[in-house]
Write a protein that binds this ligand. Structure first.
Ligand code: GSH
Length: 288
């Protein structure tokens, strides 16, 4: 028996959730390896950039083959599952599924998520992008053979930062997402699934998008009064066993945030705890 495919992913990453949901629907077993794309930036490590030129998760390793991009990976898993459960039967329905997959992928989830993070958290994540730039520059100096990949990532980061500093550009991304949901509302009238009469990859990607909108606190974009079809659809999709199995998140789980923080700043946290207890001991000596 072949060893299971290995998926390099992050629990909260949008694209990783798409692949995990597709795998759960196809009942394909994959081994998961966490890559810290948070403060630890493991995805910028040379070993990872060597397998994923864009330095993003997810990446699938299957029998010596490396596959990137969540839609490509999901299609691959579907084709190897033996049943093509995520591919509609008729050419017409396949066309409809492809159209809606493109529409979802056209919504700039990264810009949406980072652009909408509010208050202190928002300022923190946007400031953190400067740290990424310095780290990428250092990685590039230390790994000349991967310089072209780090350069491309630095260019992408510069475009991303420019976008986040421009309120009009941020609003455009929000408008695109809201328009996409409104178009889906019309399309779903009288339909149970996006393409044809059974679940497909189009349902996978839109389920994860609607979950992300919920996590961002904007579920009002598809409230039952505004978008009865989409809200009913999302309720049904999130009740499928695959949703919990993947899992797909509608809230930031504190457990994962804490693990990511410890992973990235474990040494610092330990140092701070040690200094605080030393200080307390000294104070007690002085005060007693
Ligand atoms: N087109 C890629 C996009 C992947 C992507 O943007 N991944 C994000 C997380 S959802 C990431 O790894 N970001 C980390 C970074 O850019 O530093 C796909 O579909 O897999």
């Amino acid at each position: 028996m072949d060893p299971p495919s290995v998926l390099f992913h992050h629990p909260l990453s949008f694209s990783s959730q798409i692949v995990r949901l597709a795998a759960a629907e196809c009942a394909v077993t994959i081994a998961l390896v966490d890559v810290d794309i948070g403060a630890g930036h493991e995805n910028y490590a040379p070993w990872y950039v060597a397998i994923n030129p864009d330095a993003v998760v997810p990446t699938l390793m299957d029998n010596g083959n490396t596959i990137t991009d969540c839609v490509r990976i999901s299609r691959f898993l579907d084709s190897t599952s033996g049943g093509e459960v995520l591919t509609p039967d008729s050419p017409d329905e396949r066309g409809i599924a492809a159209y809606w997959i493109d529409r979802q992928q056209g919504i700039r989830e990264r810009e949406l998520s980072y652009g909408m993070a509010k208050g202190v958290a928002g300022r923190f994540v946007r400031l953190e992008l400067n740290r990424r730039r310095r780290l990428l520059e250092r990685r590039k100096r230390q790994n000349p053979s991967l310089a072209a990949r780090y350069d491309a990532k630095l260019r992408d980061l510069a475009r991303w930062q420019k976008h986040l500093q421009d309120p009009a550009a941020r609003q455009t991304v929000i408008d695109e997402a809201v328009r996409g949901i409104a178009d889906l509302e019309r399309h779903l009238a009288g339909r149970k699934y996006i393409a044809g009469d059974r679940y497909s990859l189009a349902d996978v990607v839109w389920t994860v998008l609607l979950a992300r909108v919920t996590m961002l606190g904007e579920e009002d974009w598809f409230s039952p009064s505004k978008c009865p079809n989409v809200s009913g659809y999302f309720r049904r999709m999130s009740q499928r066993p695959s949703f919990a199995l993947a899992p797909v998140y509608t809230q930031l789980p504190k457990r994962i945030l804490f693990r990511t923080m410890m992973h990235a700043h474990g040494n610092n946290v330990a140092l701070v705890a040690l200094s605080a207890s030393t200080l307390l001991l000294l104070l007690r000596q002085v005060l007693v």
